[in-house]
Design a protein around this ligand. Structure first.
Ligand code: SAH
Length: 271
């Protein structure tokens, strides 16, 4: 899969591309990332990418022409003339976008090519959105100074879902916001995995050696090798954490009868 980033700060992505899983995925050719300097598509001496807003008000707006030319250089036509191009999407990073979630990351990971447009200043001339963009994505309810961090977030979350990118294929399946797992009541074999049978809950807490750190012990259950007990403990922790930090997720989570009972008990404790 290939990402194309359109930005006025191409240098921003240097560290991002050179570390961790993404570095390896790039080296192995599982992911490609093209970075396109918006200023290369200007024609004036000052390489101007922005202009004052019609209607007045604060700040500057990214002009449509350099962005349209950057897209043309990538072979991307306005949407109306592009009906036949499957597998390519143009995404505008925007605080006004639809929320970027794990489900959207999964959707993006199925595409062949994704173009990410990074705004700056007050944003991008809306005609770019109207004419070229297939989706407008926000990474959260806060305002960043530019779309670059948001584009990096989208690439990071999507690329780790691609086949072969994570060492352990199962690791992305069983974590927070993982695909709802229908087998929570039936799959009781083997070592309980990360977010095993998550069904839309947050992940459980993880521990590694040493067994005691600054006077705090690893929970006893994790040390005794009883898989069923470990599974139960982890599930309870997921319920506790989700109830404490993200009670909104419980509404859509896949909960077993036992989960509901546990939740009731946890709620009782709090009352
Ligand atoms: N005036 C805009 C904010 C512009 S911030 C507003 O009030 O909505 C400048 C750029 O940063 C935006 O064009 C967008 O590309 C990026 N950006 C800011 N917040 C973002 C967010 N939460 N998600 C994705 N991109 C964001």
């Amino acid at each position: 899969m290939r990402f194309e980033i359109v930005t006025i700060f191409p240098g921003f992505f240097t560290g991002f591309l050179e570390n961790g899983i993404l570095r390896r995925a790039l080296a192995e050719g599982l992911v490609e990332v093209g970075i396109h300097d918006l200023r290369a598509f200007t024609h004036d001496r000052h390489r101007t990418v922005d202009d004052r807003p019609f209607g007045g008000g604060e700040g500057m707006v990214l002009k449509p022409q350099p962005i349209a030319e950057a897209l043309a250089s990538l072979g991307i036509e306005p949407r109306a003339e592009r009906a036949g191009t499957v597998g390519t999407r143009v995404v505008l990073m925007s605080a006004q976008g639809r929320p970027f979630t794990q489900a959207v990351a999964r959707e993006i990971a199925t595409l062949d090519r994704v173009v990410l447009l990074c705004g700056r200043y007050e944003g991008v001339d809306e005609r770019i959105n109207t004419l070229y963009c297939d989706m407008e994505l926000s990474i959260g309810d806060y305002v960043l100074s530019g779309g670059e961090l948001a584009a990096a977030v989208v690439i990071d979350a999507a690329m780790r879902l691609l086949a072969g990118v994570l060492g352990n294929e199962a690791s992305s399946e069983f974590e927070s916001f993982g695909a709802a797992d229908a087998s929570i009541t039936t799959d009781t074999e083997g070592v309980p995995r990360s977010q095993h049978g998550a069904g839309g809950l947050l992940d459980y807490p993880h521990y590694t050696r040493p067994a005691e750190f600054q006077g705090v012990q690893v929970p006893e259950t994790l040390l005794n090798g009883d898989h069923l007990a470990i599974r139960r403990w982890r599930r309870e922790q997921q319920l506790r954490k989700t109830l404490a930090n993200r009670p909104d997720l419980l509404r859509d989570a896949t909960l077993s009868k036992e989960d509901r009972k546990l939740l009731g008990e946890i709620r009782q404790e709090g009352a």
